[in-house]
Design a binder for this molecule. Structure first.
Ligand SMILES: Nc1ncnc2c1ncn2[C@@H]1O[C@H](COP(=O)(O)OP(=O)(O)OP(=O)(O)O)[C@@H](O)[C@H]1O
Ligand SMILES: [Mg+2]
Length: 225
Protein backbone atom coordinates (compact mmCIF):
# COMPACT_ATOMS: atom_id res chain seq x y z
CA UNK A 1 0.00 0.00 0.00
CA UNK A 2 1.24 3.45 -0.81
CA UNK A 3 1.02 6.42 1.41
CA UNK A 4 1.96 8.89 -1.29
CA UNK A 5 1.21 8.71 -5.00
CA UNK A 6 2.06 11.48 -7.44
CA UNK A 7 0.96 11.31 -11.04
CA UNK A 8 2.63 13.63 -13.49
CA UNK A 9 2.85 16.53 -11.06
CA UNK A 10 3.85 19.86 -12.58
CA UNK A 11 4.37 23.16 -10.85
CA UNK A 12 4.72 26.50 -12.55
CA UNK A 13 5.28 29.60 -10.43
CA UNK A 14 4.06 32.80 -12.02
CA UNK A 15 5.44 36.18 -11.02
CA UNK A 16 3.78 38.69 -13.34
CA UNK A 17 5.03 37.88 -16.84
CA UNK A 18 7.79 35.60 -15.63
CA UNK A 19 7.25 31.86 -15.24
CA UNK A 20 9.38 29.36 -13.37
CA UNK A 21 8.74 25.70 -14.13
CA UNK A 22 9.76 24.19 -10.80
CA UNK A 23 8.43 20.65 -11.39
CA UNK A 24 8.25 19.19 -14.87
CA UNK A 25 6.03 16.14 -14.38
CA UNK A 26 6.90 13.98 -11.42
CA UNK A 27 5.37 10.55 -10.85
CA UNK A 28 6.27 8.46 -7.83
CA UNK A 29 4.91 6.11 -5.18
CA UNK A 30 6.10 6.03 -1.62
CA UNK A 31 5.15 2.92 0.28
CA UNK A 32 3.45 3.16 3.65
CA UNK A 33 5.93 2.92 6.49
CA UNK A 34 9.01 3.66 4.42
CA UNK A 35 11.61 6.33 5.06
CA UNK A 36 12.95 8.10 2.00
CA UNK A 37 15.42 10.88 1.33
CA UNK A 38 14.99 13.49 -1.35
CA UNK A 39 18.25 14.86 -2.71
CA UNK A 40 19.15 17.28 -5.45
CA UNK A 41 20.94 20.57 -6.07
CA UNK A 42 19.66 23.85 -4.68
CA UNK A 43 16.72 25.04 -6.81
CA UNK A 44 15.96 21.56 -8.20
CA UNK A 45 12.45 21.58 -6.72
CA UNK A 46 12.73 19.67 -3.44
CA UNK A 47 10.80 22.15 -1.28
CA UNK A 48 8.21 22.64 -4.01
CA UNK A 49 7.65 18.90 -4.21
CA UNK A 50 7.37 18.52 -0.43
CA UNK A 51 4.91 21.42 -0.17
CA UNK A 52 2.73 19.76 -2.79
CA UNK A 53 2.86 16.35 -1.08
CA UNK A 54 2.01 18.00 2.24
CA UNK A 55 -0.96 19.92 0.87
CA UNK A 56 0.71 23.24 1.67
CA UNK A 57 0.75 24.18 -2.01
CA UNK A 58 -1.09 23.00 -5.11
CA UNK A 59 0.24 21.45 -8.30
CA UNK A 60 -0.39 23.29 -11.55
CA UNK A 61 -1.15 19.91 -13.14
CA UNK A 62 -1.29 16.29 -12.04
CA UNK A 63 -2.66 14.27 -9.17
CA UNK A 64 -1.60 13.89 -5.54
CA UNK A 65 -2.98 10.99 -3.51
CA UNK A 66 -2.25 10.69 0.20
CA UNK A 67 -3.65 7.54 1.81
CA UNK A 68 -5.64 7.03 -1.41
CA UNK A 69 -7.31 10.42 -1.11
CA UNK A 70 -6.93 13.15 -3.66
CA UNK A 71 -6.07 16.00 -1.33
CA UNK A 72 -6.42 18.77 -3.90
CA UNK A 73 -10.11 18.03 -4.17
CA UNK A 74 -10.65 18.80 -0.48
CA UNK A 75 -12.13 22.14 0.54
CA UNK A 76 -9.95 24.28 2.85
CA UNK A 77 -11.55 23.04 6.05
CA UNK A 78 -11.29 19.36 5.14
CA UNK A 79 -7.69 19.82 4.01
CA UNK A 80 -6.72 21.58 7.26
CA UNK A 81 -8.28 18.80 9.31
CA UNK A 82 -6.68 16.10 7.17
CA UNK A 83 -3.28 17.74 7.57
CA UNK A 84 -3.70 18.20 11.32
CA UNK A 85 -4.55 14.51 11.77
CA UNK A 86 -2.32 12.83 9.20
CA UNK A 87 0.59 14.97 8.08
CA UNK A 88 3.48 16.51 9.97
CA UNK A 89 5.51 19.14 8.16
CA UNK A 90 8.91 20.52 9.11
CA UNK A 91 9.46 23.60 6.96
CA UNK A 92 12.90 24.54 5.72
CA UNK A 93 12.50 27.92 7.41
CA UNK A 94 10.68 26.74 10.55
CA UNK A 95 7.64 29.08 10.56
CA UNK A 96 7.17 28.90 14.30
CA UNK A 97 4.63 31.30 15.74
CA UNK A 98 6.77 34.16 17.10
CA UNK A 99 4.39 35.22 19.86
CA UNK A 100 4.17 31.75 21.34
CA UNK A 101 6.68 29.89 23.48
CA UNK A 102 8.33 26.66 22.34
CA UNK A 103 5.88 24.70 24.49
CA UNK A 104 2.85 26.55 23.10
CA UNK A 105 4.06 26.04 19.51
CA UNK A 106 4.17 22.28 20.11
CA UNK A 107 0.87 22.24 22.03
CA UNK A 108 -1.08 24.01 19.32
CA UNK A 109 -1.62 21.14 16.84
CA UNK A 110 -2.50 18.84 19.76
CA UNK A 111 -5.11 21.32 20.97
CA UNK A 112 -6.50 21.79 17.47
CA UNK A 113 -6.93 18.04 17.19
CA UNK A 114 -8.81 18.10 20.50
CA UNK A 115 -6.57 15.64 22.32
CA UNK A 116 -6.38 15.46 26.10
CA UNK A 117 -3.38 16.69 28.11
CA UNK A 118 -1.75 18.75 25.34
CA UNK A 119 0.76 20.27 27.75
CA UNK A 120 1.96 16.90 29.04
CA UNK A 121 2.26 15.52 25.50
CA UNK A 122 4.13 18.59 24.27
CA UNK A 123 6.54 18.34 27.23
CA UNK A 124 7.22 14.68 26.46
CA UNK A 125 8.10 15.50 22.89
CA UNK A 126 10.29 18.46 23.85
CA UNK A 127 12.10 16.17 26.28
CA UNK A 128 12.88 13.72 23.48
CA UNK A 129 14.40 16.58 21.51
CA UNK A 130 16.46 17.78 24.48
CA UNK A 131 14.56 21.03 24.68
CA UNK A 132 12.47 20.97 27.84
CA UNK A 133 14.73 23.54 29.50
CA UNK A 134 13.82 25.98 26.71
CA UNK A 135 10.07 25.42 26.78
CA UNK A 136 9.19 28.94 27.92
CA UNK A 137 11.34 30.69 25.34
CA UNK A 138 9.87 32.31 22.26
CA UNK A 139 11.44 31.47 18.87
CA UNK A 140 13.47 34.72 18.75
CA UNK A 141 15.07 33.69 22.06
CA UNK A 142 16.17 30.34 20.66
CA UNK A 143 19.16 29.46 18.50
CA UNK A 144 18.54 28.43 14.88
CA UNK A 145 19.10 24.78 15.74
CA UNK A 146 16.77 24.97 18.74
CA UNK A 147 14.07 26.54 16.58
CA UNK A 148 14.55 23.73 14.11
CA UNK A 149 14.08 21.14 16.85
CA UNK A 150 10.93 22.90 18.10
CA UNK A 151 9.63 22.77 14.52
CA UNK A 152 10.33 19.02 14.45
CA UNK A 153 8.58 18.60 17.82
CA UNK A 154 5.55 20.45 16.48
CA UNK A 155 5.45 18.32 13.33
CA UNK A 156 5.43 15.03 15.24
CA UNK A 157 3.09 16.23 18.00
CA UNK A 158 0.07 14.37 16.64
CA UNK A 159 1.99 11.26 15.64
CA UNK A 160 1.20 11.74 11.93
CA UNK A 161 1.13 8.80 9.53
CA UNK A 162 3.18 10.93 7.11
CA UNK A 163 6.03 13.18 8.18
CA UNK A 164 7.60 15.53 5.67
CA UNK A 165 10.81 17.22 6.72
CA UNK A 166 12.51 19.84 4.57
CA UNK A 167 16.20 19.86 5.51
CA UNK A 168 15.42 19.18 9.18
CA UNK A 169 19.08 18.95 10.15
CA UNK A 170 20.29 21.87 8.02
CA UNK A 171 21.05 24.11 11.02
CA UNK A 172 22.20 21.47 13.45
CA UNK A 173 25.63 20.45 14.69
CA UNK A 174 26.53 16.86 13.94
CA UNK A 175 25.51 15.53 17.37
CA UNK A 176 22.04 17.11 17.27
CA UNK A 177 21.64 16.12 13.63
CA UNK A 178 22.35 12.54 14.63
CA UNK A 179 19.88 12.75 17.54
CA UNK A 180 17.19 14.02 15.19
CA UNK A 181 17.73 11.38 12.55
CA UNK A 182 17.78 8.61 15.18
CA UNK A 183 14.48 9.93 16.58
CA UNK A 184 12.96 9.99 13.09
CA UNK A 185 14.22 6.46 12.42
CA UNK A 186 12.62 5.31 15.67
CA UNK A 187 9.29 6.93 14.72
CA UNK A 188 9.54 5.21 11.36
CA UNK A 189 10.25 1.79 12.88
CA UNK A 190 8.02 1.86 15.98
CA UNK A 191 5.05 3.88 14.74
CA UNK A 192 5.34 2.87 11.07
CA UNK A 193 5.45 6.56 10.23
CA UNK A 194 6.15 7.24 6.55
CA UNK A 195 8.94 9.82 6.44
CA UNK A 196 10.21 11.94 3.56
CA UNK A 197 13.31 14.03 4.22
CA UNK A 198 14.89 16.55 1.88
CA UNK A 199 18.56 16.76 2.67
CA UNK A 200 21.92 17.70 1.23
CA UNK A 201 23.62 15.41 3.76
CA UNK A 202 24.62 11.96 2.51
CA UNK A 203 25.04 10.71 6.10
CA UNK A 204 21.38 11.56 6.82
CA UNK A 205 20.23 9.95 3.58
CA UNK A 206 21.95 6.71 4.61
CA UNK A 207 19.39 6.26 7.40
CA UNK A 208 16.65 6.05 4.78
CA UNK A 209 15.62 3.01 2.72
CA UNK A 210 15.51 4.87 -0.57
CA UNK A 211 17.05 8.01 -2.00
CA UNK A 212 15.09 9.91 -4.62
CA UNK A 213 17.22 12.19 -6.77
CA UNK A 214 15.68 15.24 -8.35
CA UNK A 215 17.27 17.57 -10.86
CA UNK A 216 15.77 20.53 -12.72
CA UNK A 217 12.27 19.59 -11.58
CA UNK A 218 12.53 15.98 -12.71
CA UNK A 219 12.94 12.73 -10.84
CA UNK A 220 16.15 11.30 -12.27
CA UNK A 221 16.90 8.28 -10.09
CA UNK A 222 15.68 6.20 -7.15
CA UNK A 223 18.38 4.35 -5.28
CA UNK A 224 17.89 1.63 -2.65
CA UNK A 225 20.23 2.26 0.29
N1 LIG B 1 7.18 31.28 -4.81
C1 LIG B 1 7.99 31.12 -5.86
N2 LIG B 1 7.89 31.91 -6.95
C2 LIG B 1 8.69 31.75 -8.02
N3 LIG B 1 9.66 30.82 -8.11
C3 LIG B 1 9.83 30.01 -7.04
C4 LIG B 1 9.01 30.11 -5.87
N4 LIG B 1 9.41 29.16 -5.01
C5 LIG B 1 10.42 28.51 -5.61
N5 LIG B 1 10.67 29.00 -6.84
C6 LIG B 1 11.67 28.52 -7.82
O1 LIG B 1 11.39 27.15 -8.08
C7 LIG B 1 12.60 26.40 -8.16
C8 LIG B 1 12.59 25.28 -7.16
O2 LIG B 1 12.66 25.83 -5.85
P1 LIG B 1 12.68 24.95 -4.54
O3 LIG B 1 12.56 25.86 -3.39
O4 LIG B 1 11.67 23.88 -4.67
O5 LIG B 1 14.17 24.29 -4.61
P2 LIG B 1 14.94 23.38 -3.58
O6 LIG B 1 15.37 22.16 -4.31
O7 LIG B 1 14.14 23.20 -2.35
O8 LIG B 1 16.26 24.23 -3.25
P3 LIG B 1 17.12 24.37 -1.88
O9 LIG B 1 18.02 23.14 -1.82
O10 LIG B 1 17.92 25.62 -2.10
O11 LIG B 1 16.19 24.48 -0.74
C9 LIG B 1 13.73 27.41 -8.00
O12 LIG B 1 14.18 27.78 -9.27
C10 LIG B 1 13.09 28.58 -7.28
O13 LIG B 1 13.71 29.78 -7.62
MG1 LIG C 1 14.37 23.79 -0.36
Amino acid sequence: MSNVILQNVKKVYKNGQEEVVALKGISLEIEKGSMVALMGPSGSGKSTLLHIIGGVDFPTEGKVLIDDQEINKFDDKTLSKFRNHNIGFVFQFHYLLPEFTALENVMLPIQIKGEKNPEKKAEEILTKLNLLHRKNHKPAQLSGGEQQRVAIARAIANNPSLLIADEPTGNLDSQNAKNVIILLKELNEKNKMTIIIATHDVEIAKYCQYIYFIRDGMLVNVEKV
